[in-house]
Design a protein around this ligand. Sequence first.
Ligand code: ACM
Length: 276
Amino acid sequence: MTKKATISIVQFTPKWLDKPANYAAIEQLLAGVESDVIVLPELCATGYSFLDKSEVVAQADSAEAFAAFLLPIAMRKKAVIVAGFAEKNGENVYNAALIALPDNRFEVYRKTHLFYKEKLCFQEGNSGFKVVTHPFFDLKIGIMVCYDWRFPESARTLALAGADLIVCPSNLVTTVWEIGMKARALENSVFVAVANRCGTETRTLEDGSLQNLSFTGQSALYDTMGAEILKANAENNCVLTAEIEVEKSRNKAFNAFNNIFADRRPAFYQLGNKPD
Ligand code: ACM
């Protein structure tokens, strides 16, 4: 019988710069969750609307510090938990995702493609894309963060490295991503889990005007054909859970002649250089 993995996506509205409140909200949301993989949004401990690097430096945590919060939950639940956070590493700050493994290890992925004012706040990620193996389940999990979706190379890199499931902690402010995430699933024959936040963050800018960022929720899990397995609404905190048949991501053939990995023609792809 095909083994099924249980995946939970967590959607919530972090309280801006209130880490104790956000940790408490995460603990409460996860209280009844029993899943193999749990995905939380991007920057879920602090909120999103940083305006410059000094603001991030004041709020960011070392990976070890964030792991001290997340690892006990991962171990208690025997789950891989992936959550976005502002990471401080020496002088540098990254928009990162912690991957807390239930055997008391962790990894860090640093967002490769920075979006909008993130470029004023964070260093570009230098970890490279990561695929982790669930220690207690035959499942490989690839990690990207939010705007990484817009680059098919992100998901392709993860899929070629063996990911069965791509998880994407997110703070998305549009809905166009839905088309892209479905395509990333279909073109790689992988499952894709998007944990987006909801709610609005308001900041006063230097000129006195207000910056309102509204996040679009609608967190989702897609199957290997890009079809929706789960979808949250736009507004509310929630945890959605479903089972996936991991085996379906392992066969990249869709008829007797075509296999989306074997059919690739890398010699004809010119993907290495930025245009002049
Ligand atoms: C985004 O990358 N937070 C849109």
